[in-house]
Design a protein around this ligand. Sequence first.
Ligand SMILES: Cc1cc2nc3c(=O)[nH]c(=O)nc-3n(C[C@H](O)[C@H](O)[C@H](O)COP(=O)(O)OP(=O)(O)OC[C@H]3O[C@@H](n4cnc5c(N)ncnc54)[C@H](O)[C@@H]3O)c2cc1C
Length: 418
Amino acid sequence: MGTDLRPPANIWERSGPVTSIPAQLAEVLPVVRAHADRCDAEARFPRESLDALRASGLMGMLVPRRYGGLGADLRTFSATAQELAGACLSTAMIWAMHGQQADAVVRHAGPRLAQDLLPRIARGKTYLASVTTEPGKGGHLLSADAALTSEDGLLHFDRTGPVVTGAEHADGFLITLRAAPDAHSGQVSLVYAERSQVAIELTGDWNPLGMRGTDSIGVRLKGSVGQHQLVGRQGEFRTVAVDSMIPVGHIAWASCWLGAARAGYQRFVRLLTSRDRPRGVDLQSPLTAERLARIRMDLELVSGYLCGVIAEVDDLRATGQGAEEPALHIHLNTLKLAASELAFAASDRMVQLAGLTLGYQRDSPLRLERLFRDLRSAALNYANDRLLTANGNLCLLDRRVRLISTPLRQTDPGQAVK
Ligand SMILES: Cc1cc2nc3c(=O)[nH]c(=O)nc-3n(C[C@H](O)[C@H](O)[C@H](O)COP(=O)(O)OP(=O)(O)OC[C@H]3O[C@@H](n4cnc5c(N)ncnc54)[C@H](O)[C@@H]3O)c2cc1C
């Protein structure tokens, strides 16, 4: 970390009218690739890759330029997550979830916290971890059990996080807590705590099937923060979640899963069309063609839906509209559901088509075995059951049935029908 952390002046390399990929990725990707296998095998955090990301300026991707960040838009954020995920899905998730936390700080921190924290995020000095899951309430985002207490002008907490990505390496934590001891479980506050402000006790190991490099261990965090370290208003975490954490989180996750699946497919197609083409896969067979087409179709659908959701969130942000419309939530949840299911289905199909040696063996150059294990987590990472049941209820509130990429406000005679 001794390197100059300032981003280079000219960082963008336009690759087309729609998406721009930051030029610094070219320096980061080889480091990420070089450490991907070992982090997976040993279930250890990709420290070297995070150091490269810190030095590149990419940790400040969503931080506005006035704080020294790159001030990138969500399309660029998504494209970057996809590229990183092609090299190592664990590293990509670590980076993308940090971006999700940074966005919440950008949009909801008060001036004192923003002034103090955002330049450090931009310089790669502060990597943010997220603590939302809790024993008992599980993944449910908008509730909390452990409460904040207020004494001597400080906010105190004692919070267990059973799954905290990068907890041992983070420089700061965004933590959800019940707003006060007498608050109900839905009155949640979000606080930022510096690593130096918390005592950290390890409570759980991380030895999972996939996403092994995220080192998502269990921790107990005990500490105190100033009132100005609230992100959003006291008890109003829902506003932060709806405006920032949910949209950016679902875009981040979907981008990572899609990027990893696409890279696996790319390796596969390149092998099939190379001189080293495996004899076991018959390219003349309609069955092979049908399977290749189905995998491609799943990737296309996720990519298209992801673009639709990014455009919708961009629109809302540009016009300053609130994100309360039921259809928008249905779209955000559908993105997570579709990306998690279809990216995993694509990896499963690739394993089947590649066969036992190329598809299922750990040391196959296609690395589909790791892709399959990693993507199996997608439906569990915020349980799809939660989102499906939420969406089912939201559907009854959207009588217009506004599908993705149709205008938010459109004169619709059906709406008037009682
Ligand atoms: C790679 C990875 C990284 C993660 N990083 C973090 C992190 O940094 N910070 C953090 O706080 N968390 C993190 N998590 C946790 C994640 O956000 C979820 O909270 C967690 O995966 C959900 O765990 P769960 O399935 O045990 O709990 P729950 O979501 O509580 O679900 C428990 C069970 O109930 C079922 N269920 C839930 N709702 C319903 C319903 N309505 N109807 C029927 N059944 C239902 C589920 O299917 C599941 O079987 C991470 C998870 C993964 C996989």
